[in-house]
Write a protein that binds this ligand. Structure first.
Ligand SMILES: [Zn+2]
Length: 438
């Protein structure tokens, strides 16, 4: 809801921030997103049949096909056949067994333990050896550890010590590699990830409170497959601009997530980033309406392989479908499912004037509880672009669900408090910067 007539808001904003004429007045257009449709998008992308939008059972391909069909329905233009920009990746995957038994008791994958991203495969039953933390402070203990045979042992260490190993000489990490399996006890929560490496033995994160005390023996069964030349893809469509079609405003959001971990567990990734993908699709639906056709072209980039290290966006930056210099501004959407505490804007500290404009829009229209600026951060797909000098913001929501990179990141945990606010913020921002001179 507007608290002031739109014309007053925009006249003030235009005068205040951009110093541009009223000739750039904002057309009212059809405002708003369809929250029911957005919820359905999130539920669809987070459903079991999408397999966590990863690299087992072609989860990411199913998600990409779905986005492609939505783009087609909207009549978006394409730079390439089927909106697709393919690129090959290497990625470690867990398509088969994923089990941990401690003294004969089965722990639950996803809830009690997860695999480390670089976990290797194997079937091991062995005695549990607890890492002696004296190795960090006592040289003699360190030497004893280095000569102790670890073959056939299941090595158990605490998260803190797993981190400290990296501060010791390489010989320690190499010796750790001799163990049949490595289990790390984590204090708070399990956090999964994706990588292009595979170590030689199974490596698991176990929730400390799920670990049976005084345990003697563990059985670990893991199937790990390092997929090379896996065909990942970005899905990219656009609405041509009325006045300057060769100048681009970009909305980006990654659609991939962490995929499957064994046969029974998948990571739904509702907040990360079915929510941002849903918001991107709502923005695409908005701009695709003839009455909302923008002055500049608006491009919708649904990136693949973000979780594997910003691979889709990095690929685009290296193989752009139009000159990067033609991007007037990029807004990346990732984690858009909450927002009770407002939003954070990455690059808000480095791009002061554009950030001020966001603040002014919010002050006038009361869209979000707060907008907090942050500096540079390599934490999502805006990063490869901003490193190339493309002015970019990454907006993420704060507050609410703490689920992150775990099996609890589900649609029913998302209040979507700031969803509509971010939608309005982006469309208003784009309208205002479209009005300014080139
Ligand atoms: Zn993520």
């Amino acid at each position: 809801m507007l608290t002031l007539p739109a014309s007053v808001v925009f006249r003030r904003l235009l005068g205040l921030s951009m110093g541009i004429g009223l000739g750039a007045a904002v057309a009212p257009g059809a405002l708003g997103q369809d929250m029911g449709r957005a919820r359905t998008t999130i539920t669809t992308l987070a459903a079991p049949k999408m397999h966590g939008r990863g690299y087992v059972k072609k989860g990411e391909k199913k998600a990409a096909d779905y986005i492609q069909s939505r783009f087609k329905e909207l009549g978006l233009r394409s730079f390439a056949p089927g909106y697709a920009q393919p690129f090959p990746i290497t990625v470690n995957t867990f398509p088969g067994r994923c089990a941990l038994l401690v003294d004969g008791r089965q722990l639950e994958p996803g809830a009690d333990f997860i695999l480390e991203p670089a976990s290797g495969g194997g079937r091991i039953t062995g005695p549990i050896t607890v890492l002696d933390t004296l190795i960090f402070t006592d040289e003699a203990a360190g030497q004893r550890f280095l000569v102790r045979p670890l073959q056939n042992q299941v090595l158990l260490l605490r998260q803190r010590d797993a981190d400290r190993i990296r501060t010791l000489p390489d010989a320690f990490a190499q010796h750790l590699n001799q163990a049949a399996a490595v289990l790390t006890l984590v204090p708070d929560k399990l956090t999964a990830s994706v990588t292009d490496q595979q170590l030689r033995q199974p490596r698991l994160q176990v929730l400390a409170r799920s670990w049976p005390s005084k345990s003697q023996q563990a059985t670990v069964q893991v199937d790990a497959v390092l997929a090379t030349n896996y065909p990942a893809r970005n899905i990219i469509g656009y609405v041509p601009g009325r006045i300057q079609p060769d100048s681009f405003l970009v909305v980006s959001a990654h659609y991939d997530h962490l995929g499957r971990m064994g046969k029974s567990v998948y990571f739904p990734g509702a907040n990360d980033n079915a929510s941002g993908t849903a918001l991107l699709l709502e923005l695409a639906a908005h701009y695709a309406k003839p009455e909302n056709q923008p002055a500049h072209s608006v491009v919708f980039m649904a990136f693949g392989a973000e979780e594997a290290g910003l691979l889709g966006s990095s690929y685009f930056v290296q193989h752009p479908l139009f000159p990067l210099a033609r991007i007037r501004f990029l807004i990346n959407l990732d984690l858009e499912g909450t927002g009770q505490d407002g939003v954070t804007v990455v690059n808000g500290r480095t791009l002061e004037k554009p950030f001020k404009l966001l603040e002014e829009i919010n002050a006038q229209r009361h869209l979000l509880a707060s907008i907090v600026p942050r500096g540079r951060a390599a934490n999502s797909d805006h990063y490869p672009f901003s490193e190339q000098g493309v002015p970019s913001f990454f907006i993420y929501t704060r507050g609410g669900s703490k689920a992150y990179h775990d099996v609890y990141d589900r649609p029913e945990n998302l209040p979507l408090t700031a969803f509509s606010g971010v939608f309005q913020l982006v469309t208003t921002y784009f309208q205002l910067i479209s009005g300014s001179k080139q």
